[in-house]
Ligand binder design. Structure first.
Ligand SMILES: Nc1ncnc2c1ncn2[C@@H]1O[C@H](COP(=O)(O)OP(=O)(O)OP(=O)(O)O)[C@@H](O)[C@H]1O
Length: 206
């Protein structure tokens, strides 16, 4: 369970989020909506411990998130950022990047698992042999999503996961996310189809 209690976030003098409270239970699919700059990414950054609240608490599975327990909490989370600024050249490097971390090495998927998930994401595994400059933004987004899904963590944080996708792959991903039993998903999105499909939508300008 993830709980935000009376949470406020500020950057310097700028208050971005004020008195936000919500609970996501295990397996809930939660969307964060709101205009650009309303604080959607900041909420995901709070859960990763990149930002700390100005007031209030974030609790993950009963532990109030702090600098001492953040590393243990991150082990339970798989995070897909909005922009991937990695110094890598190939699709294969992008896909296997999360598995290069010591904590994730044992989670490296089999080629059969990779093939199965790529099929579900409407991707051809031959893409892995290409350089990043040869694939589209939508293919890159789905390859990155595939690797965070294969980490099989119980919490999945997605920052605008369908922003580069066409209608067909967007629907495939929404269906796949909805079938993830027991996985708590929190995703920022401007995508109406995504927002309509999730269990809860938190509108940050409401
Ligand atoms: N590290 C930072 N330092 C200073 N200000 C920041 C920082 N991160 C975010 N902000 C500011 O906080 C506000 C909320 O940003 P955030 O990225 O959380 O919004 P968002 O809803 O995710 O936006 P978008 O839809 O454009 O991705 C913005 O005004 C942004 O400029």
């Amino acid at each position: 369970m993830i709980q935000f209690e009376n949470l406020s976030v500020s950057y310097g003098d700028e208050r971005v989020i004020s008195n936000l409270s919500f609970i996501a239970r295990k397996g809930d699919k939660v969307a964060l909506s709101g205009p650009s700059g309303s604080g959607k990414s900041s909420i995901l950054n709070l859960l990763m411990g990149f930002v700390y609240p100005f007031t209030g608490n974030v609790t993950v599975n009963g532990a109030v998130l702090n600098e001492q327990n953040i590393n243990a909490i991150r082990q339970q989370i798989s995070w897909l950022p909005q922009e991937l600024s990695l110094k890598i050249d190939t699709v294969e490097e992008l896909f296997y990047y999360p598995f290069t971390f010591k904590a994730n090495r044992h989670l490296k998927p089999s080629s059969a698992e990779v093939k199965k998930l790529f099929d579900e994401l409407l991707l051809d595994v031959s893409l892995l042999k290409k350089s990043l400059s040869e694939i589209s933004g939508g293919q890159k987004q789905r390859v990155a999503l595939a690797s965070v899904l294969l980490l099989k963590k119980e919490i999945l944080l997605l920052d605008e996961p369908t922003s580069a996708l066409d209608a067909e792959s967007r629907t495939a991903i929404i269906n796949l996310i909805k079938r993830l039993d027991g996985v708590t998903v929190i995703a920022s999105s401007h995508d109406e189809e995504w927002l309509a499909a999730m269990d809860t939508v938190i509108n940050l300008k409401a």
